[in-house]
Design a binder for this molecule. Structure first.
Ligand code: PNS
Length: 163
């Protein structure tokens, strides 16, 4: 049976750290479904369609990935897609508590789905969609932290938001 993982997240927007996890995840899994889900704790800057569009152009040429959105519980989607695992990136210690809680809650909801963590590459350890958005909002240089298309979209978004 092919090894299938769901890589869930807000991806608001996708960063180079996310892309790194996907590329490395493909060394373990046969296929990865990148799923944009709703995080009730966050107010999104980009619409789901915009996030999908950015993800697809960043992953253009990478085989064995699929993009999806789901409105509901992550484990339900994993069952629906017959995925064996949830893939998450882990950065510094600050991520640990949240990731630990989420992994254990998902495990409580469905014991058949395993959460697999990959340590974020050292280059991306301090980056997050939130900190990148904050820098971009005030015109900071985010070169090399996000794919070019995302950099452009952030520029466009903030030029209208800050009018
Ligand atoms: O990129 P994020 O915001 O850290 O991703 C969090 C996300 C979207 C994966 C998480 O909020 C999620 O799984 N949302 C869907 C609802 C759910 O299943 N929550 C976890 C168990 S309560």
């Amino acid at each position: 049976m092919p090894k299938l993982a769901i890589y869930p997240g807000s991806f608001d927007p996708v960063t180079n750290g996310h892309v790194d996890i996907i590329v490395r995840g493909l060394k373990i899994f046969d296929q990865i479904i990148i799923c944009i889900l709703n995080n009730p704790a966050k107010n999104a800057l980009f619409t789901v369609d915009e996030r999908m569009e950015m993800l697809s152009s960043c992953l253009n040429g990478i085989k064995n990935v699929e993009m999806a959105t789901y409105d509901g519980l992550l484990v339900d989607y994993a069952v629906q897609r017959k995925a064996q695992a949830i893939l998450r990136g882990m950065r510094a210690v600050s991520d640990f508590e949240y990731e630990f809680q989420m992994a254990l809650m998902n495990r409580r909801l469905n014991r058949d789905i395993q959460t697999v963590f990959l340590m974020t590459g050292l280059r991306w350890i301090f980056t997050s969609s939130s900190i990148i958005k904050e820098a971009a909002r005030f015109g900071g240089n985010i070169n090399g932290m996000v794919p070019k298309i995302v950099q452009q979209k952030l520029k466009e978004k903030f030029s209208t938001v800050n009018l």
